[in-house]
Design a protein around this ligand. Sequence first.
Ligand code: MG
Length: 502
Amino acid sequence: MQVIENKTIKKVVDKYKILWSLGYASALMSWDNETYMPKGAATERGIATSEIAVLRQKLFLRKSFSNLIEKGRKLSENNELNIYENGVIRILSRDLRFYQKVPKKIISDFEKVKVEAEVAWEQARNKDDFKKFKPYLQRIVELNRKIAEHYGYEKHPYDALLDLYEEGATSADFDNIIAQVRTPLGIILEGVMNKKVFPQNHDLETEHYDKEEMRRLNLRLLKILNFSPDTGRLDESAHPFTIGLSMNDVRITTRYKGENFKEPLLSLIHEFGHAVYEQQINPMFVTLPIGSTQSLAVHESQSRFWENHIAKSREFSESFYQLMKEHLPFLEKYSADDIYYYMNIVKPSLIRTEADEITYHFHILLRYEIEKLLIEGSLDISEAPDEWNNKMEEYLDIRPVKPSEGILQDIHWSHGSIGYFPTYTLGSIAAAQIFNRMQKDFGNVNNLIKSGEFTKIREWLREHLHQYGSIYSPREMIKICTGEYLNPEYFMRYLKKKYLNQ
Ligand code: MG
């Protein structure tokens, strides 16, 4: 079977190959930034990535290429293309629109400031000094505002930014989702705190682990999950992440702090979820625009599917109890049930990445609201740390006392990413919807977790979601995978059943 048959689209994807290659090089450089690049190299790395970004724009805007995309768009509108070709044109039209509308100078400035901002953010966070990061955040907000103005939007400048991460999403859509989940989440949280079945603290949080042993345990888990070292690798970084260079080279990271073993374990499983999505895309899509994932919400649904629905299940703790004990001898004093409750501590806390499945979304809401205010220009950067702390107090009744527990905790803004956070909540909601759909086929997915039959789960995800790459828009993809558009009801049902037994 040939994926691309139409003559025009054949020319398009042929010309796209150089753009794909530049994207590949940038992704590899960005992986290196986070893992092994000496910190002193930030400035010249910024120049190099910025030059590549500008070159990408230049090649995209070549008349010989942009005219072909326009031609392809007409073919698509006239229903003359197959689903793969339509996908190619949908994605390239979006990219083309970005490059046509956002001036070269902004793209280049943005790339440069990102690399330096990350180094500044890390130093600011280590010293707990917001002032060190403030001028970079200021620049990043200004540049994002300019991008939004050039890229265009209907109602709110934030919509333009959100659309770059989540095709077609608007702040009105997200407001609508938030309106559906906010009150129920508060009620569930209150119920959990009153019932006291799920703990707020656990002795396992302070147990020290041997970093080398933890690493070995993680590698064994990856092997069981069938993450092959031939097509992926595991490294360490300050902030765990996944980069897929192609379906045959997907790199994940985790971090080892020496205590609280669920942190490296759950972040490993989370990143594995991202990785397996990339690895299971139809191999015929390699070098095509549809061969890379576009929607961050769908991507996050995959990481959260594995982290929350698989690794935080009771069956997972039972199934891996013996294996965990081999590498973490302190577990002799604890039962599999202890591990389950330790994995599912619920309490209002300051750090997003450590938050439970319920309070997590208040962390997102806070960031979303602050980003919107910053982009509108109705909140000054110097007021942002206080705004953060006030909202934290309002939503979760706790107040950060230092910036590293508040506004400086996340890497995202230093990467230039504004409009990214909502995709985490959308991803959690989609994960529950996908899990629910999977239950219909398997009866009880938790039985598969218990018996370690992860291949069946992986194969289901390949068949219903992963293989498609980016052929469809995220909204349509969710419908194809689950039978309906994104619906927060499944997420609410899942939380109520798990945490309140309702
Ligand atoms: Mg993620």
